[in-house]
Write a protein that binds this ligand. Structure first.
Ligand code: GLU
Length: 481
């Protein structure tokens, strides 16, 4: 048997972290078994589906490296298939037309509520005579198609994550609607039904999805039986929870993959983190791995039943590991879009070789790619803002004279490099008879406007190469006076 799995996102929003994590598990399972990973866009909800969301989903999956083997298939283009399946169930007497009005359903719900019962459809139109149907039609009532669910049925499956699962037909809310009303006959088919028709048609062997679909699985198994198809395996993965232990939702802020990208997470760091959300590798101390290496190990034995808490600190740590191991040229490519987004201009000597030196300088202190904006701000603006501490430093006795002396030395220096920069500092210390620390701290405060930051000599060289060091030092002398 060839393993065939699928991810079936609904394009009613951007690619959500939960859907993406489900995609990761599907991808890993397919690759582990040398099977196929299929992408199906569930766009039957015409009102809420949008092409830009589909675009966002495809882009997000590609960015994460979750390449698919077949698709994308669009449910909106497969309506004939669903209608045929509805007709088949109607012809076999496994489904029927229900003419109950929304007012009648509401009254039914109210009555059930009054008796303290769970709301359910009472199957009242299951056995209408042709005369009764004709009478409802004559009244102008529209209908939905309902699939019969026997109350006494027990539905059992062996979930690959959760073990034996068992549901009673009576817990499924009565005969279920599988298609909405339509003037022209069978109208819009509904989620639980089209999923099964598609999964049968696409020969899906394993259905791997979030545990919020468990109740759907019970209904879907009945549909597989009715459609005469083999029932696939099911694996319901744990939900992603926030740190308070509640299901991660829009209220938690960032939940879509494109937002994580905007915040500066690398695709490798994020996908690595998502893999660990509910799964652990054979060697449970191993935290950093590629999708390919995780695929070698992947199986449901080590998928947790309990919800997986989303831990920003861990994600940040993993992301920083990826950033710190990315070669400078590649990292430069990754950072340029964030600088562009911040409005930084690559002019006045800020060419590629200079950018790469800047990247090498700041890389060790980056946790997220976006941190590069703040950390390199001073290299992209002509003037500098001095922090309070920097001003204090510049006001120290001997500071202005030391900076003036550096300026003079610079006038006599053709090309500044590491050795000549060190030499200038040494000469100034000697000539001014001050401590080296004072010169260094004043130079840092003058050039960067701050008392902390990356390597001072490298920062100076970078500013010198874009002709900003002299003007900064002049500005600093004024600020300190
Ligand atoms: N469209 C459904 C969702 O986005 C797919 C569920 C399934 O995998 O069957 O939740």
């Amino acid at each position: 048997m060839t393993v065939r799995v699928r991810i079936a996102p609904s394009p009613t929003g951007n690619l959500h972290i939960g859907t993406a994590r489900t995609a990761v598990f599907n991808w890993l399972f397919a690759r582990h078994h040398g099977g196929k990973f299929i992408l199906r866009i569930e766009d039957t909800d015409l009102e809420r589906s949008r092409p830009e969301y589909t675009e966002n989903i495809l882009e997000g999956l590609r960015w994460l490296g979750l390449n698919w083997d077949e698709g994308p298939f669009f449910q909106s283009q497969r309506l004939d298939l669903y209608k045929q399946a509805v007709e088949k169930l109607l012809a076999q007497g496994l489904a029927y037309r229900c003419y109950t009005t929304s007012e009648e359903l509401e009254a039914l719900r109210e009555a059930q509520k009054a008796k303290g019962e769970a709301p359910r459809y009472d199957n009242r139109h299951r056995n209408l005579t042709p005369e009764q149907e004709a009478a409802f039609k004559a009244e102008g009532r529209s209908f939905v198609i309902r699939f019969k669910i026997e109350d006494e049925r027990e539905i059992v499956w062996n979930d690959l994550v959760r073990g034996k699962m068992s549901w009673r037909g009576s817990d499924l809310g009565g005969d279920m609607v599988i298609a909405r009303a339509s003037e022209a006959g069978v109208g819009q088919p509904l989620y639980n039904f089209v999923v099964v028709v598609d999964d049968i048609d696409m020969q899906i062997t394993h259905i791997i999805r979030g545990e919020d679909h468990i109740a759907n699985t019970a209904k879907q198994i009945l549909l597989y039986e009715a459609l005469g198809a083999k029932i696939p395996e099911f694996a319901h993965s744990p939900l992603i929870l926030n740190m308070e232990g509640r299901k991660l939702s829009k209220r938690d802020g960032v939940t879509s993959i494109s937002d994580f990208k905007k915040l500066g997470f690398t695709s490798e760091g994020l996908v690595n983190y998502m893999t660990l959300l509910g799964w652990s590798p054979l060697d449970s101390t191993q935290e950093i791995f590629t999708l390919e290496s995780a695929a070698k190990d992947f199986g449901f034995e080590r998928v947790n039943k309990a919800g997986a808490k989303f831990d920003w600190a861990k994600l940040d740590w993993l992301n920083s590991q990826y950033i710190h191991h990315t070669p400078v040229d590649k990292l430069t490519d990754l950072l340029i879009p964030y600088w562009e987004e911040a409005g930084f201009k690559f002019e006045g000597g800020r060419e590629r070789a200079w950018l790469e030196k800047l990247v090498a300088l700041i890389a060790p202190s980056l946790t997220r790619l976006k941190d590069a904006v703040e950390q390199s701000q001073l290299f992209f603006s002509d003037t500098v803002e001095f922090s309070e501490e920097a001003v204090k430093q510049l006001q120290q006795e001997g500071s202005a004279a030391a900076l003036q002396s550096i300026l003079t030395a610079l006038d006599n220096q053709e090309k500044l490099d590491e050795a000549s920069a060190q030499e200038i500092i040494k000469q100034v210390v000697k000539a001014q008879n001050v401590k080296k620390g004072l010169v260094m701290r004043s130079l840092r405060a003058g050039l960067t406007g701050d008392v902390h930051g990356p390597d001072l000599i490298q920062s100076w060289l970078l500013l010198n190469q874009i002709g900003l060091d002299r003007s900064r030092l002049n500005q600093a002398i004024t600020a300190g006076s």
